[in-house]
Design a protein around this ligand. Structure first.
Ligand SMILES: Nc1nc2c(ncn2[C@@H]2O[C@H](COP(=O)(O)OP(=O)(O)OP(=O)(O)O)[C@@H](O)[C@H]2O)c(=O)[nH]1
Length: 445
């Protein structure tokens, strides 16, 4: 009896909620949400064909172990709890072969993926840049190729983490602050300090305005002139494609590529006035907020929620005439943070003062960041946080995908304007309109 991994992955997807966190170790690559055809085929060439998932009569039904090897070689790690019942295991393994419904990657495509992957893990910046461009592509075939590449990188990433005694390969830091807070001046100084200390730093700038303006303000290299010339630093704008899910997906995937490319500190920069920092906070180990030594008015744009997410607040420009206001802001935030709900058992958010002009406080700030990383790692909170983030990431992608499918459904699309106008005019309650649309969607699915 033959079974398909394609079916199996969709099974994992539909049953994800049945496997409680902690009973299974499974990375949830984006591909599970819309397994692209060439991806699946790309993954299963080689070992899959050799370990073809055929359940012979001698194989006890339900053991399902004949599929373990190919799955594992793809980076799907699981424990027995992932296959809790015989029937589930049977379903998992009783399908048609993947080969039957996937086409081959063309030689050219295979060569492209291989070249990017090899270049990436050999730490070639050009290959990293090209790989990120590939994952950002909206072209459907390129999106598929990107997923093949990502899955390869994910497997490599996991191997490297195992070699590193299970410790994360990189420290992921989110950095936010209002316009003019001094983010780029800080990153320039901080980045140089880190590369001089032997680190490899990647700066991914998430710029919500880039979608509408067509440009990338944060990723603009003129903002960090010195750092952009540094061979141990890589600066990259991360366009959002206008959706929160867009931020999550592209940036998350870019993080993975940067880590695969040997960068051990990943800085994700956002402007702290929109929604993107909330998405970014769900993909970093530590969230740092930069605040200028300014009065309430200038900080109006900063959302309260952002302060609550901060593990460290740095008051910038603490030099010259700004020292006094910087001290005042520091004291205000120390008091404010005390009132916030504790988010960690081992870490309380701190407030420091820095100057990227004089360099004062920046080495100390880095020490605090390392302290954070160490205590969070030692307590297990960092690992738990990363696991939670994987789940959030998965659900963000599901939400995005489901909504996209829903809106693209021909009958639903046809009915939306009418039902919307009825809701607007008060002729139909929103709940009923939603039910009607959902029923239409379900009927055709
Ligand atoms: N005195 C002083 N000025 C600073 C410091 N850091 C930045 N500035 C100044 O503050 C202004 C804004 O700095 P940027 O680094 O461009 O701020 P940003 O947060 O990147 O701004 P956006 O690019 O608009 O988001 C510039 O004029 C800097 O020269 C500092 O440590 N001390």
């Amino acid at each position: 009896m033959r079974f398909s991994i394609g079916e199996a992955t969709s099974h994992i997807k539909s049953d994800a909620s049945r496997f409680p966190l902690g009973t299974c170790t499974m990375s949830i690559p984006a591909l599970l949400l819309r397994p692209p055809q060439p991806l699946l085929r790309g993954l299963f060439t080689g070992s899959f064909h050799r370990h073809h998932c055929v359940s012979h009569s001698s194989t006890p039904r339900g053991r399902g172990l004949s599929c373990a090897r190919p799955l594992k070689s793809l980076g799907f790690q699981y424990t027995k709890q992932m296959l809790p019942s015989n029937s589930l295991r049977r379903e998992f393994c009783t399908q048609t072969t993947l080969k039957d419904y996937t086409e081959e990657l063309s030689d050219k495509e295979q060569r492209l993926v291989d070249r990017l992957y090899t270049g990436l893990i050999q730490r070639q910046r050009a290959c990293l840049a090209e790989s990120i461009t590939l994952i950002e592509s909206t072209h459907h075939r390129k999106k598929d190729l990107a997923q093949v590449l990502l899955q390869k990188v994910l497997v490599y990433h996991r191997e490297q983490e195992q070699l590193n005694q299970g410790k994360p390969l990189a420290f992921r830091v989110g950095l936010s602050g209002p316009p003019g807070a001094g983010k780029s001046t800080f990153i320039e100084y901080f980045g140089k300090m880190l590369t001089e200390r032997g680190h490899k730093l990647s700066v991914l700038a998430v710029d919500p305005s880039s979608f509408t303006s067509g440009g990338s303000l944060l990723g603009d290299k003129t903002r960090m002139v010195e750092l952009s010339k540094d061979l141990n630093a890589y600066i990259r704008p991360s366009p959002t494609r206008g959706t929160l899910g867009g931020v999550t997906r592209t940036t998350n995937e870019a993080i993975l590529l940067c880590e695969g490319g040997g960068y051990d500190i990943i800085l994700i920069e956002t402007v702290g006035v929109g929604q993107s920092e909330f998405a970014v906070a769900d993909m970093v180990d530590m969230f740092v907020l930069l605040l200028p030594p300014a009065g309430g008015d200038e900080l109006q744009g900063i959302k309260r929620g952002i302060v609550e997410m901060a593990d460290l607040v740095a008051v910038t420009k603490s030099d010259g005439d700004f020292v006094v206001p910087a001290r005042r802001i520091q004291a205000e935030y120390v008091s404010a943070l005390k009132l916030l709900r504790k988010r960690s058992e081992v870490w309380s958010p701190q407030v420091v003062r820095i100057s990227a002009k004089t360099g004062e406080g920046i080495a100390e700030m880095w020490d605090k960041m390392r302290d954070f990383q160490n205590v969070m790692l030692a307590s297990g909170e960092l690992t738990a946080k990363r696991r939670r983030q994987q789940k959030v990431w998965m659900w963000n992608l599901i939400q995005d995908n489901v909504l996209e499918h829903f809106r693209a459904h021909p009958t639903v699309r046809e009915q939306i304007p009418l039902l919307e106008s009825k809701v607007l005019s008060g002729a139909l309650p929103p709940g009923l309109a939603a039910d009607l649309l959902l029923k239409t969607f379900q009927k055709r699915n």
